[in-house]
Design a protein around this ligand. Structure first.
Ligand code: ADP
Length: 492
């Protein structure tokens, strides 16, 4: 069906170097790195190029050179390229999902779902290309015409994290290309496989030379080169707070547009009147699925007194039944942690929680499975307080803590007592409390009787406070970042 299958098989051979794509050509890196399966560290998925500074600069130069023509390209051409990308992703959902689960460690079902999401995002933005429109507004000066239009920004540097290896690249690359920008894409070092496969699809879908460039490599080499190059007009970044601050500082220095999505410490409130089953499922999904490695994970479970003990008991029972094993095994509920350094971080926070006096009600121990991988029993802390480090700092693993509160008012205050503000959830059957929470939760996204993680792709995604900076991502709101507004006055 797609000419790609052949090429994919050839390139998935671990002996074959997966190259970067710069200025219309596939190019070897200065060095290469093995992509390792976190479910089975003896399984090497492939070898992936790491670009040099010079190669990153070449990619930026190629994008710059391609911009004048691409920014004036017809909407039909852009629509067709994005639609082709969407349909190939969809057709290869299972195969690409397998690759994603193998390199990142989320379960096969989650990984296939993520790939499907990437396809839907390209499909959405293929449609958006055809809906581009401006405004014609009456002038205050008689005879003058005023027109407000959106134009592409230029060269967009895209820097992505490892936890959503195809969906996050998709929700940045698709709008960038849709609105007529050129792209230099730097995926996370840990998950080059999905990024490479997506790039291969984009290239074969017909992106003209220089319009789309893939530069896999180190943040300190490729990423920093992008931050320091004047020819990059905008940077969209998802990753840690520490790196986000560097991106912001560099972008201010260069007076360029930027958008940051960083951490979360998302609360999920459970009130006495909640449906217990719904609350437990929201907690299991929100806190532990995808191994807790989601910036929207519910890491703080804030529970009122009347339901507290029942909730903790039911959640603990549910956790005991979860299968933690190889991501590719269909019986698995929770895959491994992504790598040793993330596992070390999770373990160190489990130690911190114990030292702070929290009660480790369940889990937290390292698990051995038939294959050598980074397996961790999901951990639940109870009797925790808002000032504990485990309730203030993002752990980014399968670790959640329960805070016992007296009533809704205290729950809301605790929910907002955090430097972050990405997603915020409440489980309740009270319309009054649900409505009050929707209005008063200090977060970019609010979920009522739904997990804090798990969003739609056609509506805005993003947070407040320390979680995000700049315009929202996804849906029609993406135009805010990927275009610049022009106001034109004409006296005919
Ligand atoms: P995480 O802890 O989730 O890996 P990081 O912020 O370290 O988060 O990484 C997110 C992305 O930022 C990755 O693609 C990484 O390579 C990149 N990155 C890391 N350091 C820098 C840097 N100094 N400049 C630009 N990009 C960087």
């Amino acid at each position: 069906m797609f000419e790609s299958f052949d090429r994919e098989i050839r390139n998935s051979d671990s002996m074959t170097m997966h190259q970067n794509f710069i200025g219309g050509s596939w190019i070897d890196g200065q060095e290469a790195a093995d992509n390792i399966n976190p479910s089975d560290t003896g399984d090497i998925i492939g070898s992936y190029a790491r670009a040099s500074r010079q190669q990153a600069e070449d990619a930026i130069g190629a994008a710059r050179a391609a911009f004048p023509a691409w920014s004036r390209s017809g909407i039909q051409q852009r629509h067709d390229i994005l639609a082709k990308v969407a349909s190939e992703i969809m057709a290869r959902k299972d195969e690409l999902g397998r690759l994603l689960a193998r390199e990142e460690g989320k379960t096969l079902a989650e990984a296939i779902g993520e790939v499907g999401r990437a396809g839907q995002i390209f499909d959405f933005f293929a449609g958006e290309v055809l809906r581009l429109a401006g405004e014609k507004i009456a002038s205050t000066r008689p005879g003058v015409e005023v027109e407000v239009t959106r134009e592409p920004v230029g060269v967009i540097g895209i820097i992505t994290p490892w936890n959503f290896p195809i969906a996050i690249p998709a929700w940045k690359i698709a709008p960038a290309l849709a609105y007529g920008n050129c792209v230099v894409f730097k995926p996370a070092e840990l998950v080059p496989g999905s990024a490479w496969a997506l790039s291969d699809i984009i290239v074969r879908a017909g992106a003209p030379e220089g319009v789309f460039n893939l530069v896999m490599g180190r943040g300190s080499v490729v990423g920093e080169t992008m931050l320091n190059d004047d020819r990059v007009d905008a940077i969209t970044f998802t990753g840690s707070v520490a790196t986000g601050k560097k991106v912001a500082a560099a972008c201010v220095e260069h007076m360029r547009k930027f958008q940051l999505e960083m951490g979360g410490k998302n609360p999920m409130v459970v009130l006495d009147d909640a449906d217990l089953k719904v609350a437990v499922e929201c907690a299991v999904n929100g806190a532990y699925f995808s191994t807790g490695q989601r910036c929207t994970a519910s890491s703080r479970l804030i529970v009122t007194e009347g339901i507290h003990d029942k909730f903790v008991d039911a959640l603990t029972d549910r956790l005991k039944g979860l299968v933690v094993d190889d991501a590719l095994d269909t019986a698995t509920h929770i895959g491994p942690v992504v790598d040793q350094s993330q596992l070390d971080q999770d373990n160190s926070y489990i130690d911190i929680g114990k030292a702070e006096g929290a009660n480790l009600a369940w889990g937290g121990e390292r698990l051995n499975r038939s294959k050598p991988g980074f397996y961790l029993q999901p951990a639940l802390f109870t009797e925790t307080t808002s000032d504990m480090r485990i309730n203030r700092e993002e752990i980014f693993g399968p670790v959640a803590s329960v805070m016992r509160v007296k009533d809704y008012e205290e729950a809301l205050a605790k929910a907002n007592d955090t430097p972050f503000g990405l997603s915020s959830g409440i489980c309740t059957t009270s319309l009054k409390h649900a409505s009050h929470f929707r209005r008063n939760a200090e977060a970019g996204m609010v979920m009522v009787n739904l997990p804090t993680a798990g969003v739609d792709y056609h509506v805005p995604f993003g947070g407040r406070k320390g979680s995000s900076y700049g315009p929202r991502e996804q849906g029609r709101y993406a135009a805010e970042f990927y275009t610049v507004v022009k106001t034109a006055y004409t006296l005919p």
